[in-house]
Ligand binder design. Structure first.
Ligand code: PLP
Length: 419
């Protein structure tokens, strides 16, 4: 095991998955052994500090699952969700493409040796400097949803093909709808298509995002139907170049995923049957590939006892990986790991007792609370708290607030095979 990232420079040709295996990666371990692994990593630390464990075996399994459920839909991993270099390298090796939203994200992906035609610049409103950069490195596909964006792209990157991002009415079926900020409204679609066409830009297709954590597969069916209407409208305007359908993100690694797969595949089949040209289907999954593959291990560095209550401090909080807890605690799943050599006689006696407990983050903000009203066994300073499913919009949205640098938490790599 190494606290390292994969540094792979030539990823142009897909490399065999075995390339991921090296001395720094643990092979064929079961989920149960993760805890042993965590123990051994923490025992080898000179000073206790938090770390992530990235399970590359699960990344591989998720890619199989994607290919099984959505065989004709090319995944463009949404880098914003978690730009961990080892995750990106693994996804690149497994054949994923990438959704980048900024110059820095494009630089990161190109830096892995991924070719620019595997990148979609999926941000409907871009700064001119970023557009110029995309032009200079040959990233030639982007999204748009406004007249102003057409003008910028025409001026600074006229070779760039476009996908019209449309707004999807999804207020009830997604946990975090994106339509308030993004997507052309229905009465804006025709004017935008005409404007882009008249400007000499190539509109290649339609994109949408149903919102993060979609809870109903029908939302994809309805969104694809709306996209299909746009294809028909474009054809009436004499725009023959439409062939790309981008179904965005919103997927989770759960039982709904295969149902979404069936719904999407059926809708694509219907659309293809009615189309005059072959359809190229893509998606922008973020959470699907990142959420479950990261485990965050934190060490308790402070403790206070107030009557029955136990209060603990850990070295990551709402200004770091726990920023999603500001709007959602449903992803939180954690388990304390008691290190036996710290146990006192009283602890042993109270073994099995659970105490009402709070876990604080490290900063001086009183809002920096990771978990409240949970029942935990008696923990001691240097015990560990292991948080599962910590890969989506966690580290990527972290900060250095108050001098607590949550961005440099090291990542250890594991390779687990569950089968
Ligand atoms: N694509 C775009 C344009 C997004 O804004 C997002 C998330 O905000 C994603 C893809 C990834 O979404 P998810 O993580 O829900 O799959």
């Amino acid at each position: 095991i190494m606290s390292s990232t994969l540094t792979t420079t030539t990823l142009e040709a897909p490399l065999p998955a075995s390339t991921l295996k090296g001395n720094d990666i643990i092979h064929n371990i079961s989920r149960d052994r993760l805890m042993d692994l965590i123990h051994s990593i923490s025992e080898n630390q000179e000073t206790p500090q938090p770390f992530y464990l990235l399970d590359l075996g699960t990344v591989e399994r998720l890619m199989h699952s994607w290919k099984h459920s959505l065989p004709t839909t090319k995944p463009f991993y949404a880098v914003k969700c978690n730009p961990n270099p080892a995750l990106l390298a693994a996804l690149a090796l497994l054949g994923a493409n990438f959704d980048c939203a900024s110059q820095a994200e494009i630089e990161t992906i190109l830096g892995l040796g991924v070719s620019p035609d595997r990148i979609l610049y999926a941000n409907p409103c871009k700064a001119v400097s970023h557009i110029k950069y995309a032009a200079s490195v040959g990233v030639n596909l982007t999204t748009f949803d406004s007249k102003g964006e057409i003008e910028k792209i025409k001026q600074w990157h006229p070779k760039c093909a476009l996908l019209l991002r449309i707004k999807i009415a999804n207020d009830h079926t997604s946990w975090r709808p994106l339509g308030t900020k993004f997507g052309a409204l229905s009465d804006e679609i025709l004017p935008l298509l005409s404007e882009a066409h008249l400007s000499g830009l190539k509109v290649e297709g339609v994109s949408f995002h149903v919102g993060s954590k979609a809870s109903d597969s029908a939302i994809y069916r309805d969104a694809i139907a709306a996209a299909r209407d746009v294809f028909e409208a474009a054809s009436k305007l004499g725009m023959p170049s439409m062939q790309v359908l981008n179904i965005g993100g919103g997927f989770k690694d759960n039982s709904l995923f295969s149902e979404i797969g069936k719904t999407v595949n059926e809708a694509i089949k219907d659309m293809e049957a009615a189309a005059t040209a072959p359809l190229s289907v893509m998606a922008e999954p973020g959470r699907f590939f990142a959420e479950t593959v990261f485990t965050l291990v934190t060490n308790v560095f402070g403790k206070r006892v107030r009557g029955d209550r136990r209060e603990y401090w850990i070295e990551n909080g709402i200004y770091g990986a726990f920023n999603p807890t500001a709007y959602d605690r449903s992803f939180m799943a954690f388990k304390p790991l008691l290190l036996s050599d710290h146990r006192s006689k009283e602890d042993e006696d109270s073994c099995g007792m659970l105490w009402p407990s709070t876990i604080f983050g490290p900063t001086c903000d009183a809002m920096d609370v990771v978990a409240t009203d949970c029942k935990l066994p008696e923990l001691q300073v240097n015990d560990l708290v292991v948080f599962y499913n910590m890969g989506a919009y966690t580290a990527s949205a972290g900060t250095k607030f108050n001098g607590f640098d949550t961005l440099s938490t090291p990542t250890h790599l594991a390779y687990t095979r569950l089968s």
